[in-house]
Design a binder for this molecule. Structure first.
Ligand code: UDP
Length: 327
């Protein structure tokens, strides 16, 4: 049993991370500013309200929580928004992480699992992408996450803080028990947008670009079930707490789905056609991001068994129908 400070623990992935930590016998302590997270999502342990940009609040949180390790989910994560407002991304994602590492150093906490992203690869020079592919982000979101990976390297050299940076591909789905799920306002991600369109909660889905160099012209992504993704985080935390070395690992399945294929899968699962239209490309989107995920399986023994498109959409749909948060 370990005490884990979970930044962003009231957000989509962070809340599932807390559930997985609790299920594995650990004690999550959420640190969240509730700007995009939900109070209703904090169900598996204590909560400390605070902002990563407030170093004093962060130091007080470490004194109160006395964590042995940190899971660092808190960040802004929309590619389009980052293109329009890079300052927001550099300040929150990089500045917030710098404060977090500073507080860890001062509190003597030596293990951190960090949410990085496939967006650090930019237009990849490998397909599928391994962890040693060139990292050359094409949007400020990816650049901010790559900067934090480099910060982690430097804090390890200087202060011995070991880290796992998980480079997420596309995360989808929800807790099948419907205690937590995905709820962003505004929503920008593909799977919830598709489901909102089917449910009539928004206008028709707009497919962002149909002229990419892919078989059907729409972008291809590698989707992972959020429950599988957070399982990797628990394995990673336990790896670091056992004193093992820092890792950089892709989290994806190795299967690519185009936007059109996701829409078709959703129609099948829900049993209705998805109202949709075609729009221009969204700035900052690479055509195809598919991962070679063998390393996480080999090193951590990770097995992403729920990352099947129909299951991800089915769990997201069930959560959408019954479980969503209110503020
Ligand atoms: N997408 C889309 N319509 C939407 C939302 C997303 O066509 O309403 C596309 C988006 O441009 C990208 C893919 O779906 O090609 C996945 O986008 P998402 O925002 O879910 O994740 P990202 O790949 O940006 O992390």
């Amino acid at each position: 049993m370990a005490r884990i400070l979970v930044t962003g623990g009231a957000g989509y992935i962070g809340a599932h991370g807390c559930k997985a930590l609790r299920a594995a016998g650990h004690e999550p302590i959420v640190f969240d500013n509730f700007r995009t997270g939900w109070r209703d999502a904090v169900k598996f342990g204590e909560m400390i309200e605070g902002d990563l940009l407030d170093l004093d609040a962060l130091k007080a949180a470490f004194a109160q929580a006395k964590p042995e390790a940190v899971m660092h989910f808190a960040a802004l994560s929309n590619v389009g928004e980052s293109m329009a407002d890079p300052e927001l991304y550099w300040r929150n994602n990089v500045g917030g992480s710098l404060n977090l590492l500073t507080a860890m150093r001062d509190a003597g906490v030596g293990s951190i699992v960090f949410s990085s992203t496939a967006a650090t690869y930019g237009e990849p020079d490998e397909d599928p992408i391994t962890e040693t592919a060139r990292q050359a982000p094409i949007n400020p979101y990816g650049a901010s996450k790559l900067a934090v990976e480099k910060m982690l390297d430097d804090f390890e050299k200087a202060h011995g803080i070991r880290s796992i940076a998980f480079r997420y591909f596309n995360v989808a789905g929800a807790d099948p028990e419907r205690q937590v799920g995905e709820h962003h306002v505004p929503e920008t991600h593909l799977v919830p947008n598709v489901l909102d369109s089917v449910a009539g909660a928004r206008d028709a889905l707009t497919i962002n670009g149909t002229d990419y160099p892919t078989p059907d012209g729409t972008c291809i992504r590698d989707y992972v079930h959020v429950m599988d993704l957070v399982d990797a985080h628990v394995l990673g935390t336990e790896w670091l707490l056992a004193g093992k070395e820092s890792l950089r690992l892709n989290l994806g399945t190795g299967s690519g789905f185009s936007v059109r294929e996701v829409v078709d899968a959703a129609s099948e699962v829900v049993g209705e056609t998805v109202p949709m239209n075609y729009g221009p490309r969204r700035p900052g989107d690479p055509a195809r991001l598919v991962c070679d995920g063998t390393r996480a399986r080999e090193v951590l023994g990770w097995s992403p068994e729920r990352s099947v498109m129909a299951q991800m959409i089915g769990d997201a749909w069930a959560w959408r129908q019954t479980g969503r948060y209110s503020r």
